[in-house]
Design a protein. Structure first.
Length: 561
């Protein structure tokens, strides 16, 4: 499944090596990927998926897929299914270890009762805004709630009545009794349960109190016997709270390790912000190819192997940084260059007629499917008197550095013949049809007399070509860090030219044999894939990435310096 590149020893693997050396977990390595089903996964989650499942595989351990489904107001079964599909598509298998936080609701409730009985949790009547106010800030200690000293008996009674549905949403909460002057704000009597009369996507209406994420998360790891609970850096300040809960309950204690999340230029990496784009119809759903979601990247034509390679190469660090989007595209190109078959397609057609080619004749020419992999073989492409070429492959009055087709100039048609332009038909001052001659002796694209041409262009046979809509995607935002601009709405930086739909394209007939999501290269144009909206009568293609590799070019320039 993985590339042949060596896995480097990052600090997480060094910790695991030391744990195995000291037999801390009796040689066990058990990780988990714990998404919240409140949106679609993005490339940042792919990094976590590859890390957790990859570590489990390397150490011959286990990795669970577990949904932290503790907030029915924001969670949907659609999100659950999309996450399952994404993890499978990336190439990972949790076998029989699919879990949900909601599986543990009864046990979490019993744990809450245990803390109440030991005087470590209480029911609070303060409204949410006052809880926040009483909490204080980094320079000001918090103050105790007037309900903090309720008796154990009263707290048990109220909490059980909360569970029974006697109170309205927000009327009461259950809080841990820790320290309202603690320097870590997360330790200032955090809320453990809130009342929420909402139907859950799995448990229905069985519960009207739901655990907060910080209460549930560590308990789930404990109940599943996780050895190494790998989280992103924003949870580092939450670790003392997870430890406090586990120690207060006297239950199994996993080890939490934090690493830097993936940040990518020219996009946003927050499900909250992505949801704004989806709900506001700024994009066409969670799987819009302009989004950094795994579903969007799949639809755009990214391969699972390329995403895994990218995640491996960016590595695992302790400090946040930002990765250039061009580096992601570099990995996509590198993978597709080896695996994608080649075809020819014309995005902006210009008709040419070869006057000295026999009218009505068709011949089949041999074309290589992938020069990087001879094992992919070849295919036949039809050639006839009337062809289409790209509009920008012809210029009536070309500058000195333009080597493609022009009046009186000879060029090579890929896999075919040399042709020379003899006449230009125009409408409203624009070329609409070219007349050319061909040299029959140059079949295959080579002249027996040894003469050379400076340009090779692609083409399709007009009578055999299939019409297609092709969608060209650019960066979704015009600046590298749209979410980091103080005082500005990130949507102000949306790129109005992030999608260009070309509806009059012509492609070679072999494209009709491809299926949804199949990836390929249009020679000279870039990598593309078949959009899942394609039907028998309407072919829709997405450009995955252009052929030009800006990142590799920048690297070479930097090395020279």
């Amino acid at each position: 499944m993985e590339s042949t590149e060596q896995v480097t020893k990052d600090f997480i693997r060094e910790i695991i090596d030391e744990d195995n050396k000291t037999n801390k977990y009796n040689g066990r390595v058990h990780t988990r990927f714990p998404p919240e089903p409140n949106g679609y996964l993005h490339i940042g989650h792919a990094k976590s998926i590859c890390l957790n499942f990859g570590i489990a595989e390397e150490y011959k351990g286990f990795c669970n897929l577990r949904f932290d489904d503790t907030n029915p107001a924001k969670e949907e079964q659609e999100y659950v299914q999309s996450i399952i599909d994404n993890v499978k598509w990336l190439g990972f298998d949790w076998e029989d270890r699919l879990f949900f936080a909601s599986d543990y609701f009864p046990q979490m409730y019993e744990y809450a009762l245990q803390l109440i009985k030991t005087g470590k949790a209480y029911v609070d009547d303060l409204p949410a805004d006052q809880i926040t106010e009483y909490r204080g800030n980094l320079t000001k200690p918090g103050k105790n709630s007037p309900f903090r000293d309720r008796s154990i008996e009263e707290n048990l009674d109220l909490f059980q009545r909360m569970k029974a549905g006697e109170f309205a949403d927000g009327q009461k909460v259950l809080r841990a009794k820790i320290d309202m002057s603690h320097p870590n704000l997360n330790m200032r009597d955090p809320v453990m349960y809130r009342i929420l009369h909402a139907s859950h996507h799995r448990s229905g209406d069985a519960w009207c109190i739901y655990p907060m994420y910080d209460w549930a998360h560590g308990l789930e790891d404990s109940l599943e016997g996780i050895t190494h609970s790998i989280c992103t850096l924003e949870f580092e300040n939450h670790r003392p709270l997870y430890d406090w809960f586990l120690d207060a309950l006297g239950v199994y204690h996993p080890q939490q390790i934090e690493f830097a999340r993936l940040n990518l230029t020219y996009t946003v990496m927050s499900k909250r912000l992505l949801l704004q784009l989806v709900d506001g119809n700024f994009v066409c759903g969670w799987d819009d190819p302009r989004l950094p979601t795994i579903s969007g990247m799949r639809r755009r034509g990214y391969s699972p192997s390329a995403i895994r390679l990218f995640c491996k190469r960016i590595g695992v660090a302790k400090f946040n940084s930002i990765v250039d989007f061009e580096f992601l595209e570099h990995n996509i190109r590198e993978d597709l260059n080896k695996t994608a078959p080649r075809f020819m397609g014309v995005l902006r057609p210009l008709k040419i007629i070869i006057d000295n080619y026999p009218a009505g004749q068709t011949e089949e020419l041999e074309a290589v499917n992938n020069p990087e992999d001879p094992g992919m073989g070849s295919r036949k492409i039809p050639f006839s008197q009337t062809l289409y070429i790209e509009q920008d492959d012809f210029m009536e009055n070309p500058p000195k550095d333009y080597y493609r087709l022009a009046p009186g100039r000879e060029v090579r048609l890929r896999y075919a013949y040399f042709i020379k332009c003899t006449d230009v038909i125009k409408k409203d001052g624009k070329p609409i049809e070219l007349h050319c001659t061909y040299d029959p002796a140059t079949k295959g694209g080579y002249a027996p007399d040894g003469r050379k041409v400076k340009s090779t262009i692609h083409w399709v046979s007009a009578s055999h070509a299939i019409p297609a809509e092709t969608r060209l995607y650019d960066r979704l935002f015009t600046i590298a860090d749209p979410a980091g601009q103080k005082g500005a709405d990130f949507k102000e930086f949306l790129n109005p030219h992030s999608l260009e739909a070309l509806r009059d394209c012509r492609v070679e007939p072999a494209i009709a044999t491809l299926n949804a999501f199949d990836r390929f290269q249009f020679e000279r144009l870039g990598y593309f894939c078949v959009d899942p909206s394609t039907t028998k009568n309407a072919l829709v293609l997405n450009r995955t990435v252009e052929l030009r590799d800006s990142w590799a070019k920048h690297q070479k320039t930097a090395q020279k310096k």
